[in-house]
Ligand binder design. Structure first.
Ligand code: GAL
Length: 644
C-alpha cells in the first residue's frame, strides 16, 4: 500500500474542528492558535452535509475550500470526513425510506444524527454520491493527508421493511435451503419452522424473547450491512484520493458489529476516548464509580487501546476524539481531575497511539452539545485541558512498537451469543472479559488483544476469557498452540456451535480433548450471595467440571456445586469456571510463572506499560504513589522512563 501511515517520530496531537459553526472572521486566529498549541492534525466536516449540499445536487464548496486553505496556511494537516453520519433534512423528506426503524417498530426521524438505515439502497446510493463529490473535490489537495469514514459507525440495527427484505436475501445466500436454516436455528422449538425465506421476519416484536440463533444471525447480517456501507465509501476514496490513508473512529466497547471485519478495508484504526463517561455508564459498583469519576478507570480505558491496536494486528492507532474537559452525555458529567487530560494522552501513547486528537476545538455555543467542553471555552480562552496539553513535551514520547508475549482473545460473535442469553442478567461478555484483563494489568503485564482465529504464534500465554462459539476449525486452530503456550479458558467456553446451538455431546464440544473436561452444571449466583472456592469468593457465575483427562486443582467448598471442580488443569491448559477476581488472578499468575514471564503486582489505580524502550508508570489515584522498584509518581499523572 502506498500510503504513508505514520511519518511522525513521536506522539503528535490534533483536534476536531467545525469551521461551519464559527464566524468566518475567526478562522485565521483559530488556525494560528492551533499551530501555536503544537497541534498537527485537524479533523473536519463529518457533520457538514447540509452546508456542502444544501439542496440536492447544489454543491457549495467555497466555504470548505476556504476552511481547508486557512488551516493549510498555518501548516496544519487536514483529516477530511465523509459527512454521512448526518444526512440533511431534504434527503429524509424526499426519501423517508432512508430513515431507520427502532426495535419497537417505529420509524425514527431527522433532528439529531445517525438516523439512516444501512440497508436502504437509496441511502447507500446517496452515501456513494456525496463521498464521490467530496473526494473529487479534495482527494488530491496537498493539505488533505487522510480520511475518516462517517463518524462512530453504530446504531445500525434497523427494523425497517427495507432491512427485513435485505435480511431475507442475506439468509438465502447463507443457507442453501430453508430447512438448513430451520436446523441451524432449532426452529422446531415452539413451531417456529419456516417453509420459505419470505416467512421470516426480523427478531423484534415477538411476544416472548426471540430465538437466540435468529438474533445471532440478525447481528451478523446487520454487521455485514455496516461493513458493506463503509467498504463502498473506502473504494471511492481509494480511487479518487491516491496516497492518502483512510481510518474510522470506533467507540469504546461498542459491541454490535464485527470490528475486525470493519477494520479490514482501513489503513489504521482510530477510536474515541471519553474516560469519565466510560466510568459513569459502566457496571462498576457505586463506590468504584465515585472513586474513578474524575479520572476514568485505567483498565476501562486501556482495554480499548489494546483492543483497537489489535484490530489490525498491532498496528499503531489514533485517538480521533479525546475528552479534554467535561462531556455532556453521561449521568452527572463531572469535570476531570487536574492532570487527567495529560494522563489520558500519555496513556494512549503508552498503549500504541501515534496521534491523539481532542474533541473539540471551541466549546459549542449552540444545540445539543453546548454543555460539552472544548480546548477553548465558549469565550475563546484556553480551557484547563488546553493548558495541560500545551505543557506536554511531545519529544519525550517516541512512536516505537509494542511487543508482549501475552495475548487475550476476543471475538464479537461470542460476545453476541453471550449477551443475547446472559442467563444471569448481571453477567456480560465484557464483564467476564474484564475479570481476566484487569487481573493481568494489575500484575503489571502488557497485553495484546487478538481474534481467536488469527495467527497466535509467538505468544507464550494465551488467555481466552469468554469464547462462547466453538467450531471444529477454531478448536483445531487453538489446540495447535498448546505445545508452546500456557492457555487459560474462562467460564462458558465452547458453550455453543457456530449457529448458537449447544454441542450435541455437551460442552466444551470440540475443545474437550484440549481442556480435558466436561461441563457438569452452571449456576447463576443470586444477588447478594456468593459461593466459595476455598478462600476465593465467586459472584454472578459458577460452573463445575468433570475431569476427563485433566486434574481438578480447585473445588467449590460450599453451595450447590460443593465438592465439584472449579478449575481443571490439563497439561499446559487451565480452565476456570468461577467469576472470582482473586481466583482468576491466582490462576493467571501461576500460568505466567510457568511461562517464565515476570509479574509485578501493582497498587490499585497504578498501571505500567512498555512501548519500545520506555516503561510508562501511570497513576490514576489522587495521591502520589511510590511504585515498588519504580519511581514515585504524583497523583493523576504519568512518567516515562527508559528501560534499563
Ligand atoms: C462522540 C461523537 C462526537 C461528539 C462527542 C461528544 O461520541 O463522535 O461527535 O458527539 O461524542 O462527547
Amino acid at each position: 500500500m502506498s500510503v504513508n501511515l505514520s511519518d511522525r517520530a513521536h506522539l503528535a496531537l490534533g483536534v476536531c474542528y467545525y469551521p461551519e459553526h464559527w464566524p468566518r472572521d475567526r478562522w485565521e486566529a483559530y488556525a494560528r492558535q492551533m499551530h501555536d498549541l503544537g497541534l498537527t492534525y485537524v479533523r473536519i466536516a463529518e457533520f457538514a452535509w447540509s452546508r456542502i449540499e444544501p439542496r440536492e445536487g447544489n454543491f457549495e464548496w467555497a466555504w470548505l475550500d476556504d476552511a481547508i486553505e486557512t488551516l493549510a496556511a498555518e501548516g496544519l494537516d487536514v483529516v477530511l470526513c465523509t459527512p454521512t453520519a448526518a444526512p440533511p433534512a431534504w434527503l429524509a423528506r424526499k426519501h423517508p425510506d432512508i430513515l431507520a426503524w427502532n426495535a419497537d417498530g417505529q420509524q425514527l426521524d431527522h433532528g439529531s444524527r445517525r438516523h439512516y438505515d444501512f440497508s436502504s439502497p437509496i441511502y447507500r446510493s446517496h452515501s456513494k454520491r456525496i463521498t464521490q463529490a467530496i473526494a473529487e473535490r479534495y482527494g488530491k489537495h496537498p493539505a488533505v493527508v487522510g480520511w475518516q469514514t462517517d463518524n462512530e459507525l453504530s446504531e445500525h440495527q434497523s427494523y425497517s421493511p427495507t432491512a427485513q427484505a435485505a435480511f431475507r436475501e442475506w439468509l438465502g445466500e447463507r443457507y442453501p435451503e430453508v430447512d438448513a436454516l430451520n436446523a441451524a436455528w432449532g426452529a422446531v422449538f415452539w413451531s417456529q419452522e419456516y417453509g420459505d425465506f419470505d416467512e421470516i421476519t426480523l427478531p423484534n416484536l415477538t411476544v416472548e424473547g426471540p430465538n437466540p440463533s435468529h438474533v445471532l444471525d440478525f447481528y451478523r447480517f446487520a454487521s455485514d450491512q455496516l461493513v458493506g456501507f463503509q467498504e463502498e465509501q473506502v473504494a471511492i476514496l481509494r480511487e479518487l484520493s491516491p496516497g492518502r490513508w483512510i481510518t474510522h473512529n470506533f467507540m469504546r466497547f461498542q459491541p454490535d458489529f464485527d470490528h475486525y471485519r470493519a477494520a479490514e478495508c482501513l489503513d489504521f484504526v482510530s477510536w474515541d476516548n471519553y474516560p469519565t463517561g466510560g466510568v459513569e455508564l459502566s457496571d462498576l459498583p457505586d463506590e468504584e464509580k465515585a472513586r474513578w469519576a474524575r479520572t476514568g478507570h485505567p483498565d476501562l480505558i486501556s482495554v480499548n487501546h489494546d483492543l483497537y491496536r489489535g484490530l489490525k494486528g498491532g498496528r499503531p492507532f489514533w485517538i480521533m476524539e479525546q475528552q479534554c474537559g467535561q462531556i455532556n452525555w453521561a449521568t452527572t458529567n463531572p469535570l476531570p481531575a487536574s492532570g487527567a487530560v495529560a494522563l489520558w494522552t500519555i496513556q494512549a501513547w503508552a498503549h500504541g497511539a501515534d496521534v491523539v486528537a481532542y474533541f473539540r476545538w471551541r466549546a459549542a455555543t449552540v444545540a445539543q452539545e453546548l454543555m460539552h467542553s472544548g480546548l477553548l471555552r465558549h469565550d475563546e480562552t484556553l480551557d484547563r485541558g488546553g493548558e495541560e496539553i500545551a505543557a506536554l513535551d511531545l519529544g519525550e514520547y517516541p512512536n516505537e512498537p509494542i511487543a508482549t508475549p501475552v495475548v487475550v482473545l476476543h471475538d464479537y460473535e461470542s460476545l453476541w451469543a453471550y449477551d443475547i442469553q446472559p442467563h444471569n442478567q448481571r453477567a456480560s461478555y465484557w464483564g467476564q472479559f474484564m475479570l481476566f484483563y484487569s487481573a493481568l494489568r494489575a500484575l503489571g503485564v502488557d497485553v495484546d488483544i487478538r481474534h481467536p482465529d488469527s495467527d497466535l504464534s509467538g505468544y507464550r500465554v494465551i488467555v481466552a476469557p469468554a469464547l462462547q462459539l466453538m467450531s471444529d476449525t477454531r478448536a483445531n486452530h487453538l489446540s495447535s498452540y498448546a505445545p508452546t503456550a500456557e492457555m487459560i479458558f474462562g467460564p462458558r467456553t465452547a458453550y455453543r456451535t457456530h449457529t448458537g446451538r449447544v454441542h450435541e455431546d455437551g460442552q466444551p464440544g470440540p475443545l474437550r480433548e484440549l481442556l480435558g473436561l466436561s461441563l457438569l452444571n452452571v449456576d447463576g449466583i443470586p444477588d447478594g450471595t456468593h459461593v466459595s472456592v476455598g478462600d476465593h469468593q465467586a459472584t454472578i457465575w459458577a460452573e463445575s467440571y468433570r475431569a476427563t483427562a485433566g486434574t481438578a486443582t480447585h473445588r467449590y467448598t460450599d453451595g450447590p456445586l460443593s465438592g465439584q471442580a472449579a478449575v481443571i488443569r490439563n497439561r499446559s491448559v487451565t480452565s476456570v469456571g468461577a467469576w472470582s477476581a482473586s481466583l482468576i488472578s491466582h490462576i493467571l499468575e501461576t500460568a505466567l510463572e510457568h511461562a517464565g514471564i515476570e509479574t509485578r503486582p501493582l497498587p490499585g489505580g497504578v498501571r505500567i506499560t512498555r512501548r519500545g524502550g520506555n516503561i510508562i508508570w501511570l497513576n490514576f489515584n489522587n495521591e502520589a504513589v511510590s511504585i515498588n522498584g519504580g519511581p514515585r509518581v504524583s497523583g493523576v499523572s504519568a512518567i516515562a522512563t527508559r528501560d534499563a
